[in-house]
Ligand binder design. Structure first.
Ligand SMILES: Cc1cc2nc3c(=O)[nH]c(=O)nc-3n(C[C@H](O)[C@H](O)[C@H](O)COP(=O)(O)OP(=O)(O)OC[C@H]3O[C@@H](n4cnc5c(N)ncnc54)[C@H](O)[C@@H]3O)c2cc1C
Length: 305
């Protein structure tokens, strides 16, 4: 059937995809179909404005669902896929099967004159690229680009489709990834630390501030990958996490573009840096030029008062 299809292996991201999906549904006057592999999520999706919800039931990696997604969406106008690593593999497979163009990391999407037009951030945030694809088109959308839509009307019934596993791949075992399992992306307040800290133990200054703010701790790549002072799931940037918190306190980090691309959409950025020419001050809403070893304890004490 013709329509706009959305899929992600990440349930939260599937809900977010419904927001641009609903816009495209209005523009194209075609049904919106949500595909999910989460039975818990299928019910929630059914009440968010989709015309059909299909639960794909099958074992194996999410990308093994690509043939099933491509078959369901064989007459689609637009397929939106959550822009995770696995989602991008799946999107490429679906686009190749449909003979469709693929736009990755779309930040905005609209249909004009029978084409899908998207914008995406290029060169670590230094430029915005525009892409125009003939329909049918496939696009991946990064996590947290859109909020999930509000509940809309009566829930549609959930259909179930059993998907045969990929016979070429045998899953021998699965284990939880090592790490803290912290979801930085869900935090509304973050205190981010950079190489301005001289020693791992000094991060306690940021931990104290984060405690006073009820914030999570985040960091630059060097702190996670070079120093190994914090786990990699806490680093922000082009090769790390993308976040959209209400508050981003950046302490002792320079604000290089590769970092800022991951936090540029924070509502309020507060920077603490001893170098008044540090690039972070160009992005900051509030800046304190000063030594973090002096400023952080003062801020923490003031917040605790
Ligand atoms: C392909 C590529 C991908 C990358 N991806 C990422 C990424 O995803 N995320 C990321 O973070 N980086 C990434 N980087 C690295 C990035 O370019 C920067 O090098 C990095 O973000 C800088 O980290 P930093 O701010 O901690 O350190 P620095 O740039 O060294 O900055 C330290 C800052 O601390 C300040 N400072 C020092 N002492 C004090 C003090 N006592 N009080 C207050 N301020 C002080 C200094 O003035 C300086 O501004 C990438 C680089 C490349 C090439």
């Amino acid at each position: 059937m013709a329509g706009i299809f959305v899929f992600s292996e990440d349930p939260a991201l599937t809900r977010q995809l419904l927001t641009p999906g609903l816009e495209l549904k209005r523009a194209l006057a075609q049904p919106l179909v949500a595909l999910t592999r989460s039975s818990a999520e299928a019910g929630a999706l059914a009440g968010l404005g989709a015309d059909r919800v299909v639960l794909l039931r099958g074992a194996g990696a999410p990308e093994a669902l690509a043939p099933a997604v491509a078959a369901l969406a064989s007459a689609a106008s637009v397929v939106l896929v959550g822009g995770t690593l696995r989602g991008k593999h799946l999107a490429a497979h679906v686009a190749a099967t449909l003979g469709a163009g693929l736009s990755t990391d779309a930040r905005t999407l609209r249909v004009a004159e029978g084409r899908l037009e998207t914008t995406r951030i290029l060169y670590g945030g230094l430029a915005v690229g525009e892409e125009s694809l003939a329909l049918p088109a496939v696009a991946t959308v990064p996590p947290r680009t859109f909020p999930a839509p509000a509940p809309a009307g009566a829930a549609v019934p959930v259909e179930t489709l059993d998907v045969a596993p990929d016979a070429r791949v045998e899953v021998l075992s699965t284990q939880p990834a090592a790490g803290e399992g912290v979801d930085i992306g869900a935090a509304t307040r973050l205190v981010a630390v950079g190489r301005g800290f001289n020693a791992r133990a000094d991060l306690d200054l940021a931990v104290d501030l984060a405690g006073a703010l009820q914030a999570e701790l985040a960091c630059t790549r060097g702190i996670a990958e070079d120093e190994h002072w914090l786990p990699v799931e806490r680093y922000i940037g082009i090769s790390g996490q993308t976040v959209k918190p209400e508050l981003y306190v950046a302490a002792g980090l320079s604000g290089q573009v590769q970092h800022m691309v991951g936090c540029r959409e924070a509502k309020v950025i507060v920077a603490i840096n001893k170098d008044e020419r540090a690039p972070i001050f160009e992005a900051a809403d509030f800046g304190i030029v000063g030594d973090l070893y002096t400023v952080l304890p003062l801020l923490t004490a003031a917040l605790k008062d």
